[in-house]
Design a protein around this ligand. Structure first.
Ligand SMILES: C[S@@+](CC[C@H](N)C(=O)[O-])C[C@H]1O[C@@H](n2cnc3c(N)ncnc32)[C@H](O)[C@@H]1O
Length: 440
């Protein structure tokens, strides 16, 4: 095993001294972090819009081209649009791409409103048996009651009858937003789970299963969000000479569909090793939306996946010259080789992302990355420090480091199951030269 000694593994003195933004970023709560369409749908590990806004204001100008290679629900894209920057997003998750598309597409509220009234009328008048609209869901009856299945099928039928396009996607996202709430899953668990707590609430009659009422209320609330975005889009058209481009350009952050040296800035919060199971979190919604036919395949493409086959990790030997990573692999190999392999694979995938970012960013272009630490099998993973090492080997310089306290109220869904983050970092990398290393 060729691992570096752990003596220097905690040495972060080579990084620029961090500037603390806790006070600045800690003051935003409630509507301040979900204005316009920022709260259009739940999504795990969203960052608050003030983070990309801070990066955009610090490191770009009106008219610049900005990329988020792990865009999630599209927070960076909406903020870029508001600030007059062109933005491009990449995400492997089909629901993320749909949420982001709805989040960034201004729609005339008057038109949406009259569509909503027609939709409600046709749902309310429908007395048919619509069971043909119920999708195949493994363990379906565990997740949904028969009456809920029937109502969701009726809503789905009428939403799917709307002509394909932006308005239909808006109503699909409204529909998706109620799926988890109408299921038997505990509302607070990150991954759907039928808990005894939830069962007790159901027995006490404290939960509502009125799917049609819930859908109509949700649409009404989201119409207010859509109106907020519409108003913003009028201001954007007035304030900037050209309307900013907002585009979802592909799926994989390790293979970006852009030419060389096209982007001025990139901003992202990447996934972490084995931290959030992105496929499971929204599996019920994805079944109802018909967005997925092969969950296992998608899981395999996720950077930070916890899926690995024995024939992959059995022959694998930990080998790295990055001291912090060496220490983590040492600690994990002793406990479980699979976890060590998954962490290695995660950082190697991130190395591939850095290589791509080196290619698509202009010379001196900056890459702002939100990253913290996490814990896996009781081994501390200084993710941000390892990512900084990889960035340098990928031809970047570390220009600045910011830190801030992570407060869970900022997030829709708690970020980590059994791992915790207390401080996050915003690392600002600057593209300087070609990558010097092709391995970890
Ligand atoms: C921390 S989340 C980003 C959240 C985002 N900042 C927001 O505010 O919604 C990380 C994202 O990386 C995506 N992801 C994972 N593997 C990917 C890959 N190979 N290429 C692109 N995106 C990927 C996940 O689907 C997830 O949406």
């Amino acid at each position: 095993m060729s691992l570096s000694s752990s003596r220097d593994s905690g040495d972060l003195s080579w990084l620029p001294r961090p500037t603390d933004l806790s006070e600045e970023l800690g003051k935003y709560i409630g509507k301040q972090v979900s204005y316009a369409t920022h709260g259009i749908h739940r999504y795990p590990a969203k960052f608050i819009p003030q983070i990309p806004r801070f990066c955009l204001e610090s490191y770009s100008r009106v008219g610049d081209d900005v990329l988020d290679p792990f865009m999630g629900s599209g927070t960076t894209l909406l903020e870029s649009y508001i600030l007059g920057r062109n933005s491009y997003g990449v995400d492997i998750h089909p629901l993320a791409r749909m949420i982001a598309k709805v989040k960034i597409t201004p729609l005339d509220p008057g038109h949406l409103d009259s569509m909503a009234s027609r939709l409600f009328a046709s749902i309310d008048a429908d007395e048919d048996d619509n069971s043909e609209w119920i999708p195949e869901i493994p363990n379906r009856d565990h997740w949904f009651r028969p009456a809920v299945l029937a109502d969701l099928a009726t809503i789905k039928k009428h939403v799917w009858k709307i002509r394909k396009g932006d308005c239909q996607d808006f109503f699909k996202i409204c529909f998706s937003s109620i799926i988890r709430k109408m299921s038997n899953s505990d509302a607070d668990s990150l991954i759907p789970e039928v808990t005894s707590f939830r069962k007790k609430l159901d027995e006490q009659g404290k939960t509502s299963f009125d799917s049609i009422g819930k859908f109509e209320n949700t649409v009404r609330n989201k119409l207010i969000d859509a109106e907020g975005l519409w108003r913003i889009s009028r201001d954007v058209e007035e304030n900037y000479r050209t309307v900013p481009v907002v585009k979802i350009i592909g799926k994989d952050a390790r293979e970006i569909q852009l030419g060389d040296s096209e982007m001025d800035l990139a901003i992202t919060s990447p996934p972490y090793a084995s931290a959030v199971h992105y496929v499971s979190v929204h599996k019920l919604e994805m079944h109802w939306l018909g967005l997925i036919d092969d969950m296992a395949k998608l899981d395999g493409q996720i950077v930070g996946t916890s899926r690995a086959y024995v024939n992959e990790y059995r022959p694998w030997e930990p080998k790295t010259s990055i001291p912090e990573l060496g220490r983590v692999l040492n600690g994990l190999v002793e406990k479980e080789k699979k976890s060590a392999y998954l962490v290695y694979k995660y950082f190697d995938d991130m190395r591939r992302n850095f290589a791509e970012m080196n290619r698509v960013l202009k010379r001196n272009g900056k890459y702002c990355m939100v990253a913290g630490e996490n814990t896996l099998r009781k081994v501390r993973v200084p993710t941000y420090a390892i990512l900084a090492r990889i960035a340098v080997r990928s031809g970047f310089e570390v220009k600045a480091v910011y830190v801030y306290d992570v407060i869970n109220r900022h997030l829709d869904i708690p970020r980590w199951n059994n791992s915790r983050i207390e401080k996050d970092h915003i690392l600002v990398f600057q593209r300087k030269k070609a990558p010097t290393h092709r391995t970890l």
